[in-house]
Design a protein around this ligand. Structure first.
Ligand code: MFK
Ligand code: FAD
Length: 499
């Protein structure tokens, strides 16, 4: 046999992640750091084992069985082994409850997202329903609905896998995912006063969840998004069967995230509870969006980190033109550039996670809250785009082998393509940034950003100039809505790069 190339090895995701460890040391005090470490260690060990388990094993995907042998509708979904392990890991290691724990310094979100970051790739996007469950818990807290909080919160944030519930986020319909104002699912009250939902939801990723928050239009409420209500639903009856009026029509055949069962569902009288008055649904569900967008940013970082770890390791094993790739100046510079972009994005994503924790702990003043609101869509849109580029570059850095399924790199690239789409596309988030800015004055945000970087860092002048140009543009552009929207993506990308 001739030459056999050694493939890339995955180093321990915690011990060898200088960026994560550095960030945690810098941001957490010694006691918080020590308390967090056992969970991080366990999740990183799990990630390593999951990586080894996937090597050479045929890929598993969820399977939907709609009918049993006797003709009864069952809509049973068989999950992958990683998904079957998800609840136990979530409850044991605080992937959800840790984000809602009391913390005098407001670091609970940073500590939670460090766990999420280490778990995400191994979870095979089990993190998607976790994100939605976290979002649902947050939206219910914001609603102040005591009955629903009492019922759902202990289950969403359970420390026991046996009592853990997951929540879906059923927003998208065939009429629109970005623009939900044309939603057709209707809610009406039956003779007993019970609200019931009728219609179709076109993308429901956490369909295995026990609950969901959804938007629906009360009969006779009229058109537009403000007429939509936000409803809480439970998907299973006490005997474990699907609730009456909920059918899974199909699992989607997707480019990536194939272990995640994303369903099209039909609602035909599903019982639902309005959260508050059944209107202002978009406003009511918005707290959920800001949470899931933070998850999206952190999970995008996790995908980038995995791809970089493999590409960097490969460069220490592959020889070309008489030297290891890592010693070829151009290859080394290519990887260093990607890594630098990753590290900057990491600082942005985890910075937003930290701010979220401070806001929720009541430690943030009005200015910081406004900045957090602006930085959330920016972090999501920036990391979403970057994840596609970095996973693509890392695949190329492994040459032709990188294009081969067994290496896992094609899957990382395909999966990454979802980050810029769900939870608000790049354009929708650019427009959300305008909404969050709330006017044509960029200066409070720009001033806050400039306070974060010392004058002497390389590029400070360039960043200042970019911010000044964006501020200048915003003033005249805001007088003309069409101009403002046309330039929103460019401006959002500039702000994200500065951040
Ligand atoms: C593994 C990774 C983890 C991540 C898991 C991801 C799973 C993904 C599954 C999904 O994709 S779930 C579906 C996600 N769908 C979206 O993200 C919807 C995208 N579309 C938007 O974000 C639109 O901007 C939106 C539907 C929110 C609203 O469009 P409109 O009709 O132009 O809304 P409008 O009238 O500007 O806003 C209505 C209210 O909501 C306003 O408040 P008021 O009524 O008090 O004036 C807004 O200020 C408020 N609002 C909107 N976005 C907000 C917000 N408030 C706070 N934060 C926000 N982000
Ligand atoms: P469109 O809104 O039709 O967008 C098409 C294009 O138009 C995009 O490029 C967009 O940026 C652009 N665009 C739209 N509006 C504007 C504008 N005003 N200005 C400029 N450009 C604009 N949804 C759920 O509710 N629950 C789920 O669990 C769920 N899971 C999903 C899982 C996967 C794998 C995927 C791919 C999607 C999932 N979605 C889910 C749906 C997702 O949130 C939507 O697909 C997404 O929000 C985009 O909406 P859309 O498909 O209607 O695209």
């Amino acid at each position: 046999m001739g030459f056999i190339q050694q493939g890339p090895q995955l180093a321990h995701p915690l011990h060898h992640d200088r960026v994560l460890r550095g960030w945690l040391q810098h941001n957490l005090d010694a006691a918080a750091h020590a308390a967090l470490l056992p969970d991080l260690q366990a999740l990183a060990d799990y990630a390593l084992q999951a990586y080894a388990r996937r090597q050479g094993t045929p890929r598993r995907e969820p399977q939907l069985t709609q009918w049993d042998a006797w003709g009864r509708r069952v809509d049973r979904i068989a999950l992958t082994p990683a998904w079957e392990e998800g609840a136990a890991l979530t409850a044991a290691h605080g992937l959800l409850w840790a984000g809602h724990a009391a913390d005098a310094r407001g670091m609970q979100r940073a500590a939670q997202f460090a766990r999420v970051y280490l778990y995400h790739v191994a979870s095979e996007f089990y993190t998607c329903p976790l994100a939605m469950t976290d979002g649902a818990a947050t939206a219910l807290k914001a609603s102040g609905d005591a009955t629903l909080l009492q019922r759902a919160l202990p289950r969403f944030l359970s420390r026991d896998a046996a009592t853990l519930w997951l929540s879906g986020q059923w927003m998208t319909e065939t009429s629109g995912g970005s623009d939900v104002s044309r939603s057709e699912v209707e809610a009406h009250q039956d003779a007993s006063g019970q609200w019931r939902l009728h219609g179709r939801k076109w993308f429901t990723s956490a369909i295995i969840g026990e609950a969901a928050l959804t938007l629906a239009r009360p009969s006779g409420a009229g058109a537009g998004n403000d007429a939509l209500g936000m409803f809480y639903v439970e998907t299973h009856a006490t005997d474990g069967a699907w609730q009456l009026g909920l059918r899974i029509q199909r699992l989607k055949d997707k480019l990536g995230t194939r272990e995640l069962p994303t369903a099209e569902i039909e609602l035909d009288g599903l019982a639902a509870t309005p959260v508050g008055e059944p209107r202002h649904g978009v406003r009511r569900i918005a707290p959920m969006l800001n949470i899931t967008r933070t998850w999206n940013a952190i999970c995008a970082l996790a995908s980038m980190r995995r791809a970089l770890a493999l590409a960097l390791d490969y460069a220490t094993r592959r020889e070309a033109f008489g030297a290891l790739l890592i010693d070829k100046p151009l290859h080394r510079d290519t990887l260093a550039g990607l890594n630098a972009e990753f590290e900057a994005a990491f600082a942005l994503g985890f910075g937003v996670a930290r701010l979220l924790g401070e806001v929720e702990a009541g430690l943030a003043d009005a200015e910081t809250q406004a900045v957090w609101r602006i930085l959330t869509p920016l972090a999501k849109l920036w990391t979403g785009k970057l994840a596609v580029r970095i996973t693509s570059e890392c695949l190329e850095a492994c040459g032709g082998a990188g294009y081969i399924e067994d290496t896992g790199l094609p899957q990382l690239l395909r999966d990454a393509q979802v980050y810029p789409i769900w939870e608000g596309t790049t354009n929708v988030l650019a427009l959300d940034t305008l909404r969050a800015l709330g006017g044509d004055d960029l200066s409070p945000f720009a001033t806050w950003l400039q306070r974060q970087w010392p004058q002497e860092i390389p590029g400070a002048t360039t960043m200042q100039a970019a911010l000044a140009a964006a501020a200048q543009w915003l003033l005249p552009a805001s007088r003309e809505r069409a101009l403002l929207e046309a330039g929103a993506r460019g401006m959002a990308l500039t702000l994200a790069r500065c951040a």
